[in-house]
Ligand binder design. Structure first.
Ligand code: ATP
Length: 261
């Protein structure tokens, strides 16, 4: 469960998150969408205890993000968009380290590492240092590290990044199963087709404020649009994107012609 009340974060003159009120119940996959710079990562950083709010309050898994930051961290899993691994370690060493941070017992840690190795087809790479890993292999280890301790709430920022089609399908099914078991999943992504097929509810944030909140079906009906992509575009971009694309292409091609002449 996640609850935000007037949650706000300012950076100097910029208000990145501006009075967001949201309640995300257990068992829900929430798609948190917004254009670049809308405030998604800033929201997640506050909820995961990485950034102090400038105003408002929030609880995650029932714990206050300001006063009970350590309890929040014990009860969440977080897949950030980038940069979460110690690449000089092997997956085995890294996951063991993460498990120890969560005070898991050694037997359980060993079992989990074996299971993850099998699920993500990394069993033959568990003892290799990760500096030689592909992007997708690293991402699988980051996902495994977020799930190690069976957290109540999961924050996933573009978790499918770099995954092949099979691994992506597997992760989507895992997310659905975890939500069905009562976990809360806060899912940030720009891949709207995935959001549309996976999320129970979608929140679109624009300039730090909630611009829309509902199921995909509700948002389409409310905005009289047939796809989530069109709803997103209507709420976050005032120009006609088709016309913008044509103008841009015309400019590029005419410049090339001028250079050729
Ligand atoms: P993207 O989709 O591009 O990842 P986002 O929705 O995650 O974007 P944020 O990273 O939350 O957006 O940024 C929201 C706003 O806050 C932006 O204007 C950004 O420049 C600003 N911002 C974020 N972090 C900082 C910081 N550490 N210092 C100053 N400004 C920041």
């Amino acid at each position: 469960m996640i609850e935000m009340k007037a949650l706000t974060r300012r950076f100097g003159a910029t208000t990145a998150v501006n009075g967001v009120d949201l309640f995300v119940p257990p068992g829900q996959i929430l798609g948190y969408l917004g254009p670049n710079g809308a405030g998604k990562t800033t929201t997640v950083k506050m909820l995961t205890g990485m950034l102090e709010p400038s105003g408002g309050s929030a609880t995650v898994a029932g714990y206050d993000i300001r006063r009970q930051s350590l309890d929040v961290k014990r009860n969440i899993g977080y897949v950030p968009e980038s940069g979460a691994l110690y690449q000089s370690l092997t997956p085995f060493e890294y996951l063991q380290f993460v498990g120890q941070l969560y005070a898991m017992d050694e037997k359980r840690i060993g079992r989990r590492i074996e299971e993850f190795g099998e699920f993500f087809e990394l069993q033959n790479h568990l003892q290799q240092t990760m500096d030689s890993f592909s992007k997708g292999m690293k991402q699988k280890v980051v996902i495994a590290s977020a799930l190690m301790h069976n957290p109540q709430v999961l924050f996933l920022d573009e978790p499918l990044n770099g995954l092949d089609a099979n691994a992506a399908l597997l992760l989507k099914k895992i997310m659905r199963n975890l939500a069905d078991e009562g976990k809360t999943i806060f899912y940030c992504s720009h891949i709207l087709e995935v959001v549309e097929s996976l999320c129970d509810r979608v929140v679109i944030i624009h300039k730090g404020k909630v611009a829309a909140d509902g199921s995909v079906k509700e948002l389409k009906t409310m905005n009289q649009r047939s796809s989530l992509e069109e709803v997103f575009s209507r709420l976050t971009r005032s120009e006609d994107l088709g016309e913008l694309a044509r103008a841009f292409s015309r400019r590029i091609t005419s410049e090339s012609k001028e250079e050729d002449e």
